[in-house]
Ligand binder design. Structure first.
Ligand SMILES: NC(=O)c1ccc[n+]([C@@H]2O[C@H](COP(=O)([O-])OP(=O)(O)OC[C@H]3O[C@@H](n4cnc5c(N)ncnc54)[C@H](O)[C@@H]3O)[C@@H](O)[C@H]2O)c1
Length: 370
């Protein structure tokens, strides 16, 4: 694989193949993806549309992307505008869903600022999208039920951040861990609104029998994540592609497991279609757990091999005084629940995922600030 296009087509083939069972269950249905213009939307949307192309005899999945398109419609979505199975709806999730949405069978709520740099800048908007936005979506499901057109599945994007900074004995972290979270710190707008969002989901599932499932993503990366997003992998990729040193804004000791987005998107569709109502599933990878210093080393080596990169890693303090406040030192999931209940089986290794990401960034170097 040498180009961004080859990376995407390999990934989309993989998603359509591995997710065949789930996509078949959505065949002929309408799937609304709130926040579908974002990073995860990139493969959520294209994955379903690609399955349609690979399965021409099946009734197509109709995808509706609902997004406020804060910075315009991204180019990859504009390129798909003529696809008869795709509809774009400009809408802010913090107000009731628009009547032109019509009947949909599956709903995905991925409309929230997800980058720590940006949610700390827009804390109230972040809470509104996760709480009020979710509530409007649940109200829509209730109205559909009353109308005799009940929805078949709802997926709420929570986060591994709901665990906060887990105590050592709770790493790797299973879904049963209750978390160690600040309710007032600089990250609380995100962590606590995801937590309350989960509480809303569980109670609507219990009290009203709505088919709501929750995914807890652990550090996804890869194509679709804008180079300007402010998360660590695109930041390092930007340094490499501009020929500058990699700038590490910490001592490099914090550890993460990184899940390649093609695997993660399969996990999300599995959660939506096969997850138990009112249940949450960790979606990530268990190994390898690598430090930020090690991540930088791996990306420097890749840069050398792919582009003759000559830079090195340098340490700097962030201008943002809250950059590291409440930033967990380790984050690593137990994914047994998703493996055994959903058949989730992530396969793309970190080295392969980083390689695909850097190649993708080399073809997608420009992006508006996130
Ligand atoms: N990417 C990860 O590793 C990760 C980890 C944990 C949780 N999540 C969750 O997954 C979801 C998607 O994450 P992402 O990485 O794709 O984020 P992203 O920021 O790339 O995309 C979010 C999309 O939502 C839209 N949006 C934001 N607020 C909105 C509003 N009020 N109304 C309508 N649209 C709005 C944005 O325009 C954007 O297109 C989010 O809920 C995020 O919290 C992601």
């Amino acid at each position: 694989m040498k180009t961004a296009e080859q990376v995407c087509s390999t990934d989309l083939d993989y998603i359509a193949r591995q997710g065949h069972d789930e996509f078949s269950r959505m065949s002929g249905r309408r799937v609304m993806i709130a926040g579908g213009a974002g990073f995860l939307g990139y493969y959520l949307v294209q994955g379903a549309l690609h399955w349609n192309v690979r399965n021409p005899s099946a009734a197509p999945i109709k995808v509706i992307v609902l997004d406020n398109f804060m910075r315009g419609v991204p180019q990859w979505l504009t390129a798909l505008e003529k696809n008869p199975n795709l509809r774009l709806l400009k809408h802010d999730i913090t107000v009731p869903l628009p009547s032109e949405l019509g009947d949909v069978e599956f709903l995905i709520h991925a409309a929230s600022i997800a980058s720590p740099i940006y949610y700390r800048k827009y804390p109230i908007e972040t809470m509104d999208a996760n709480i009020n936005g979710l509530r409007f979506l649940l109200d829509y499901c209730m109205a559909q039920k009353k109308k005799g057109r009940p929805v078949e599945g709802v997926l709420f994007y929570s986060s591994s951040e709901i665990y906060g900074d887990p105590t050592t004995e709770n790493i790797p972290t299973p879904e049963t861990y209750r978390g160690n979270v600040s309710c007032t710190g600089p990250r609380a707008c995100y962590d606590e609104s995801k937590r309350f969002g989960e509480t809303l989901c569980v109670n609507f599932a219990r009290q009203h029998g709505l088919p709501i499932k929750v995914a807890r993503p652990f550090n996804n990366y890869g194509p679709g994540l804008k180079i300007t997003d402010g998360r660590v992998i695109p930041d390092f990729a930007r340094n490499i592609l501009s020929g500058n040193d990699i700038v590490m804004l910490s001592d490099g000791s914090a550890k993460r497991t990184f899940c390649y987005v093609a695997d993660a998107v399969l996990g999300y569709y599995k959660t939506l279609v096969k997850g138990r109502d009112g249940e949450a599933y960790n979606v990530g990878v268990e190994v390898p757990e690598i430090s930020m210093a090690e991540l930088a080393d791996r990306m420097v080596a890749l840069g050398r091999e792919l582009f003759g990169y000559k830079g090195k890693t340098v340490r700097q303090q962030s201008n943002d005084k809250d950059y590291l406040v409440d930033n967990p030192n380790r984050r690593c999931p137990v994914i047994t629940k998703a493996r055994t209940e959903l058949g989730y089986d992530p396969q793309v290794t970190i080295d392969e995922g980083l390689r695909r990401s850097v190649i993708w960034y080399s073809g997608n170097r420009e992006a508006s600030e996130a």
